[in-house]
Design a protein around this ligand. Structure first.
Ligand code: FES
Length: 152
């Protein structure tokens, strides 16, 4: 075998080897990427300071707001007797986000007409369990609202 044939054979081996590696990489990379969960920037938390103040809630005509509580959602409500309640906003039926219906005086899930009272107790429709309650602390000077694990 002459040198030209050896060079050609070496080049073809290099080309085929590189192609195999590229093929395996293009197949394996998406598989590995799919199987490894993405890093989450949000950890479980035990309390949050809400991004709005008591005054904002009082001026809001709906009298409720949804807020992030770590990886989940919460709902804070200004009740007709001027109390602030915070509960999980995740319906216990199929995880839809609930809302406060001031006109009905209850917490309502639009997905399947589930209803909860203002303590979070499931009172009508398919929800099997009450909503989780959170403790609420209000800074009387600044109007900041802190929501924490535990009953309020
Ligand atoms: S998800 Fe709320 S009632 Fe079904």
């Amino acid at each position: 075998m002459d040198n030209a044939n050896q060079d050609r054979r070496g080049f073809l081996n290099w080309l085929i080897g590189g192609g195999v590696i590229a093929f395996l990489g293009s197949v394996l990379y998406p598989v590995v990427k799919y199987m490894v969960p993405p890093a989450s920037g949000e950890a479980n938390v035990s309390q949050v300071k809400l991004p709005f103040k008591l005054k904002d809630l009082q001026e809001d005509e709906k009298h409720f707001r949804i807020f992030k509580f770590g990886r989940t959602l919460g709902i804070v409500i200004l009740t007709p007797d001027n109390q602030i309640r915070a509960l999980s906003a995740v319906c216990t039926h199929l995880d839809c986000t609930v809302q406060y219906r001031k006109d009905l005086g209850l917490i309502w899930c639009a997905c399947h007409n589930g209803k909860y009272d203002l303590e979070g107790r499931n009172i009508s429709g398919p929800p099997p369990r009450p909503l989780k309650q959170y403790a609420v602390h209000i800074n009387k000077t600044t109007g900041e609202i802190i929501v924490a694990e535990g009953q309020g």
